[in-house]
Design a protein around this ligand. Structure first.
Ligand code: ZN
Length: 410
């Protein structure tokens, strides 16, 4: 049967479960030599390879989960470049793009993105979709059709990314109703400078709407170099006031890095206490924020992953934009994302907490039925690379095979 097979591979220790744990052969980079067998698309056996066996020349990862992307605008850079490479420039070019946007164009970009993502090793993606008042109303119908079309290969989740004001309009309320059937997520942007009272009121309206239709919220919040943590502080106040239980994701949360260390930890505890999940997006943050044409500055805020982990916050690392006004590079490749962000963030790939942010936290964020741990009974959804060490994973000369439910996809 083509969806059955066996492979001798290295797997990072934190990404699999094995019964015969005592006989594991683990190298200094925490890669373990294992034999994996799968039948009918499901992992049926995991056995340790002993030190007498030759070290496998392949590394196996579970297929990846993208916690944050924008498939509606990917590959628009050529037509809508932001050559100043800053936040304001990106926003103004993005708004120009809206003027020429059609459902057909959105679908073309989305399909191109999804095909690349599957080929490169993703199994699920959460994508934000720009949402605004005068948008054609067929785009959501088509996007949910696309979601079904790809569902055997990739799980797709949508967030309607709109100005907060949208959720108090008739169109916003109708979309929330639609999302209660199609399982969409309410999105928005909370970035200073803002009027605290106004934002507090808008967030309240949004939270109540989400509660009414049993929806989640995912906000672009504090993607900024000013007013550290201003957005998340208002959000926490609103949650307290409403005693809201709505599941919330804070994407970016970059500016809190500028707070004093103990304030970051305190804020982190509050975020963890409210069960708010965080998505760190180092690529766009490092590219756009504090981008000065005449000085090289390393003062570039990104969600402080290590401090947030210390406060027990569930943090995922995502890619964000691909070849659009916000970020001119990338191609829906999880290894590009890892190669860039792991050195940037000084995270050790041989540590459990790092791999958790890349594989396990995103699976929890998207509420996927499989947590991403390779074990007996899990889907044979793998990316197998030629390589023996982490340096081979972060290499420009990557050779990979993608398996979907046990079948070699490419
Ligand atoms: Zn984003």
């Amino acid at each position: 049967m083509s969806n059955s097979g066996t492979a001798e591979v290295l797997i990072p220790r934190s990404l699999f479960l094995i019964e015969d744990f005592n006989n594991l052969n683990i190298d200094i980079e925490d890669l373990c030599s294992v034999s994996v067998t799968w039948e009918d698309g499901i992992v049926s056996e995991l056995q340790p390879l002993t030190s007498r066996d030759t070290k496998p020349k392949n590394i196996l990862f579970p297929r990846f989960v993208e916690a944050h992307s924008h498939i509606d605008k990917s590959f628009t850079w050529e037509e809508f470049p932001n050559l100043r490479s800053n936040y304001d420039g990106a926003l103004s070019v993005n708004l120009k793009e809206h003027k020429t946007r059609t459902t057909k164009k959105v679908l073309q970009r989305a399909e191109k993105s999804l095909n690349l993502a599957i080929k490169n090793g993703y199994r699920a993606i959460r994508s934000h979709i720009d949402t605004y008042q005068d948008q054609g109303d067929d785009v959501w119908k088509e996007l949910f059709t696309l979601q079904k079309k790809y569902s055997s290969k990739l799980q797709l989740q949508f967030v309607a990314l709109s100005p907060l004001e949208f959720w108090q309009t008739e169109n916003g309320i109708n979309l929330a109703k639609n999302f209660s059937i199609n399982k969409g997520i309410l999105g928005g942007v909370v970035v200073p400078p803002f009027e605290k009272k106004k934002v507090s009121k808008l967030l309240s309206t949004m939270l109540l709407l989400a509660e009414k239709y049993k929806l989640e919220i995912d906000l672009h919040i504090d993607e900024s170099i000013t007013a550290p943590g201003a957005g998340v502080k208002v959000l926490l106040e609103v949650i307290d006031k409403l005693k809201s239980q709505v599941p919330i994701t804070c994407s970016h949360l970059s500016s809190i890095l500028y707070l004093e260390e103990n304030k970051i930890l305190d804020l982190g505890k509050k975020i963890a206490d409210k069960n708010i999940k965080v998505v760190a997006l180092p690529l766009t943050n490092f590219w756009l924020l504090n981008n000065e044409s005449k000085i090289t500055s390393l003062k570039r805020p990104v969600a402080p992953i290590k401090q947030l982990h210390k406060s027990l916050v569930d943090v995922s690392i995502g890619s964000d934009n691909v070849q659009d006004p916000w970020y001119p590079f990338g191609d829906f490749d999880p290894f590009y994302m890892m190669s860039c962000s792991i050195p940037m963030l000084q995270l050790n790939p041989w540590e459990r907490i790092t791999l958790s942010s890349i594989f396990l936290a995103p699976s929890r964020l998207l509420n996927l039925s499989w947590d991403g741990i390779i074990k007996k009974g899990c889907p044979a959804d793998f990316v197998i690379l030629n390589g023996e060490r982490w340096a081979d994973v972060f290499s420009s000369n990557l050779k990979r095979k993608v398996y979907i439910k046990g079948d070699l996809y490419c």
